[in-house]
Design a protein around this ligand. Structure first.
Ligand SMILES: Nc1ncnc2c1ncn2[C@@H]1O[C@H](COP(=O)(O)OP(=O)(O)OP(=O)(O)O)[C@@H](O)[C@H]1O
Ligand SMILES: [Mg+2]
Length: 317
């Protein structure tokens, strides 16, 4: 594991908390979260992965099974200090693991005051120890676990599968994020990362163009291609760079990590999309290719919501 920081960009602006979110199940949130974490750690960044999904896929994907001792739920319940619950993995990554008991937090939290603020305050204790905290969310976005992830985040990372209904799914997800932001009285930047990209299909290529057109600079240039290695790596409990340093998935995540480091470097321009600007911003559905439009099917957003000007428009400060 490389421990020296190397980036074309300046060091970052303090601990960044990136929450990987989308209410669509199986769209690549966990895969993207843990492999970006691996790629950032390989660059010498200090990275903590927080698994807030009771399915514990990030935890298992990083090689921790049936973890004994405190984990995320004990931290959220204030039964353990976060430092006690964080595991150091052989790869150099740090992990706040999920256990099935994490699901209980939804019910218990009904008797708490501001249960959605627990993670944020817990992370305050380790603010000086990490450059990046990568939070993996469950697909359920209306629950208290996702609310914790959103309240703690400095940026919401919307993971979009570049398949059928991708654009509509992304717009729906943005509206959900907007609602969460309104409920929490917060505005956080949103970045979009495309995944499960198969460039052999014309549909996927056209859809990617449409997504870039819609989200402008909020969308990372790097798209994560479909790769068998990304299915194999979690089964072995490692990130893809450990499994195969020379495969294309490792290259994709290295490129994404470079972009992420540049995006959060000191002095980098603020990201252009915020929850709260979704309704007023345009989509490039005008630019959605015919094949992609057809696939949009019944979930197409109404045209008036898709029309106005300037897909790359930045929000007013
Ligand atoms: N780029 C990719 N190439 C190939 N397979 C992928 C890729 N990204 C994700 N997958 C596979 O797709 C499936 C779903 O991915 P993942 O578990 O990351 O989705 P998720 O959004 O976290 O799901 P959930 O909503 O259940 O948490 C997994 O089997 C994973 O291995
Ligand atoms: Mg997941």
């Amino acid at each position: 594991m490389t421990q020296t920081r190397h980036s074309h960009c300046q060091p970052g602006q303090g601990m960044q908390v990136l929450t990987f979110v989308n209410q669509k199940g199986g769209c690549g949130k966990t895969t993207t979260a843990i492999n970006l974490a691996g790629a950032l750690a390989r660059r010498g960044e200090r990275v903590l992965v927080v698994d807030l999904d009771p399915q514990a896929h990030a935890t298992m994907g990083l090689g921790v099974y049936g973890a004994e001792g405190p984990g995320a739920v004990e931290v959220l319940l204030d039964e353990a200090y976060i430092e006690q619950a964080i595991r150091e993995l052989p790869s150099g990554l740090h992990l706040l693991p999920a256990q099935p008991r994490l699901g209980e937090f939804e019910e218990v939290s009904e008797r708490m005051i501001h249960p959605e603020q627990r993670l944020r305050f817990a992370l305050d204790a380790v603010r000086d120890r990490y450059d990046y905290v990568i939070v993996d969310c469950p697909p359920r976005t209306d629950g208290v676990l996702c609310a914790n992830a959103m309240f703690a985040c400095t940026t919401a990372m919307l993971v979009v599968e570049t398949g059928a209904f991708a654009l509509q799914g992304a717009l729906q997800a943005l509206r959900v994020l907007e609602e969460v932001g309104e409920n929490q009285e917060r505005r956080y930047p949103i970045r979009v990362v495309g995944t499960l990209y198969d460039r052999r299909t014309r549909f996927a290529r056209e859809l990617l163009v449409a997504l870039h057109s819609r989200f402008g600079t909020a969308m990372f240039d790097t798209v994560i291609r479909t790769s068998v290695r990304l299915r194999e790596a979690p089964a072995l409990g490692v990130t893809v760079d450990v499994l195969d340093p020379d495969c294309r998935a490792t290259a994709d995540f290295a490129a994404l990590a470079e972009e992420v480091c540049c995006a959060f470097a000191e002095g980098a321009e603020a990201t252009p999309l915020h929850a709260g600007t979704v309704q007023e911003s345009n989509t490039a559905d005008a630019a959605l290719p015919a094949s992609a439009s057809e696939a949009a099917g019944p979930f197409s957003a109404p045209s008036e919501a898709l029309e106005p000007s300037g897909p790359n428009r930045r929000p007013t400060p």
